[in-house]
Design a protein around this ligand. Structure first.
Ligand SMILES: *[C@@H]1O[C@H](CO)[C@@H](O)[C@H](O)[C@H]1NC(C)=O
Ligand SMILES: *[C@@H]1O[C@H](CO)[C@@H](O)[C@H](O)[C@H]1NC(C)=O
Ligand SMILES: *[C@@H]1O[C@H](CO)[C@@H](O)[C@H](O)[C@H]1NC(C)=O
Ligand SMILES: *[C@@H]1O[C@H](CO)[C@@H](O)[C@H](O)[C@H]1NC(C)=O
Ligand SMILES: *[C@@H]1O[C@H](CO)[C@@H](O)[C@H](O)[C@H]1NC(C)=O
Length: 406
């Protein structure tokens, strides 16, 4: 002992006779204290840095020895139970291992750290019963991906209450609701659960049918996750009454054609059944219904009528109708030529008006100049003839068009 101490002097002046022992956690805590040599007692002031280990991870507890004289080194857990008595396991807990014991450094590891391992770990020389140093081990519990609970089903025009839940973290996780990159402020509550905390954040949203399928996300952030976030994307499920629209067939239908009517349906939940009926009548015998489509082959005029497509879910019902008119195979349909007729009529009227004006002007001129310019009269008549011809031609052309259109 005395030889060791004298060695100490020569090695390190600043230590001044002290036999020092230091404790560190994860190599980052360095605690030094001197043994109680009555005459030259000098405590080296070293601040203990607390160490944080993730739950389930491995903590390293290191005792830095200075001028070790062969005394017994004791390591104790927060409950002051001796873990190691100079290198020999004292407590039956396989998670603690002594990995190093040199005159400079004693190191133990603790695997699968749990929150119950938190607290101060002691490292001391057995001969020294008055001084010990404590380093605090903190265990951090990052949150799992939060869950989202819905209190009531969301119906259009109503409100929905969403609660984001992070049941276990330490320190408490921060929860944020995000929609379209904007935060929705929530009502946060925390509940301590032993050493961990349960955090929840509740929001209320007004919902319309356009919100169906929209995503609102709950993000959990935590110091142990760094900048990363654990995110739950929640898809809004908004219930709404159905809408129904019959997609009519293009063009007109004649006898012998086949009819195919499709009913386009929305709604949440989507109505499973579509009802096809004919108002004041039964469906034609040849009608075939497959899902939202009604088909009738070889149409006849007896199929004329108003057809109704109906659908319903728990939130309401909707219907749309289609009036079927079956024409003769040779029937002339006016619907499509209505617009060209009007245009042609307008052009004709303009033409006739112009011709009449020209005629009046020409006749007036020729009457005025008849006496003095005989030659001009002839040319005037020529013009007259041309105009008449043009008028007749125009009439012919328009009649030809009419026939074609009829
Ligand atoms: C270490 O943790 C303890 C207990 O939580 C605290 O009292 C002390 O101030 C902490 N020390 C440092 C250096 O953070
Ligand atoms: C304690 O252990 C160290 C390292 O194995 C050894 O050098 C020392 O002699 C031991 N001390 C006692 C008192 O057994
Ligand atoms: C770690 O500890 C927990 C309890 O604290 C236990 O349930 C789990 O099985 C342990 N895991 C391993 C790998 O030992
Ligand atoms: C159905 O019959 C009723 C009573 O006969 C009548 O008032 C109604 O206009 C009819 N509807 C159609 C679409 O024919
Ligand atoms: C069916 O509708 C067409 C077109 O309006 C009409 O010409 C025909 O007379 C109708 N037939 C019956 C049986 O109502």
């Amino acid at each position: 002992m005395s030889i060791n101490n004298s060695l100490c002097f020569s090695l390190s002046l600043s230590l001044s006779l002290s036999l020092s022992l230091s404790l560190s956690l994860s190599l980052s805590v360095s605690i030094c204290f001197s043994t109680s040599l009555p005459l030259l007692m000098l405590l080296r002031a070293v601040q203990a840095e607390n160490v944080t280990v993730l739950e389930g991870g491995t903590a390293q507890i290191s005792c830095r020895l200075q001028n070790y004289d062969g005394s017994i080194v004791v390591i104790q857990n927060p409950r002051r139970q001796t873990l190691f008595f100079n290198g020999t396991r004292a407590l039956k807990d396989d998670r603690f291992q002594m990995v190093l014991f040199t005159p400079r450094l004693v190191r133990i590891t603790l695997t699968n750290v749990s929150v119950s391992d938190e607290g101060g770990y002691f490292c001391q020389l057995y001969t020294d019963d008055t001084h010990h140093q404590v380093a605090t081990l903190s265990v951090s519990v990052p949150p799992d991906t939060p869950t989202v609970e819905v209190k009531q089903e969301a119906v259009e025009g109503g409100e929905v209450e969403l609660t984001c839940l992070s049941p276990r973290s330490k320190p408490p996780a921060t929860l944020r609701w995000i929609r379209d990159r904007r935060e929705i402020p929530g009502v946060v509550s925390q509940q301590e659960n032993g050493k961990t905390v349960s955090v929840s954040s509740t929001i209320r949203l007004h919902v319309e049918r356009k919100d169906n399928g929209a995503v609102v996300s709950c993000e959990a952030s935590h110091p142990a996750l760094g900048g990363q976030k654990r995110v739950h994307h929640y898809r809004l499920d908004v219930y709404f009454a159905p809408t129904v629209r019959i997609i009519p067939p293009p063009g007109i239908l004649r006898e012998g054609d086949s009819l195919s009517l499709t009913c386009s349906i929305t709604g949440n939940p989507l109505p499973r059944d579509v009802q096809w009926t004919r108002i004041n009548d039964t469906l034609p015998e040849r009608a075939e219904i497959s899902g939202p489509t009604l088909q009738v082959s070889r149409l006849s005029q007896s199929h004329n009528g108003t057809y109704l497509c109906q659908a319903q879910n728990n939130y309401g019902r909707a219907a749309d109708h289609y009036t079927l008119l079956v024409y003769d195979p040779g029937a002339v349909i006016e619907t499509h030529s209505a617009v060209p007729y009007a245009v042609i009529g307008g052009i004709l009227a303009l033409l006739v008006f112009t011709v009449i004006c020209v005629l009046i002007v020409t006749i007036w001129c020729s009457v005025r100049q008849k006496g003095s310019y005989l030659t001009h009269e002839a040319s005037g008549l020529d013009e007259h003839g041309e105009v008449q011809e043009a008028f007749l031609n125009g009439n012919d052309a328009s009649q030809g068009k009419k026939e074609y259109l009829l």
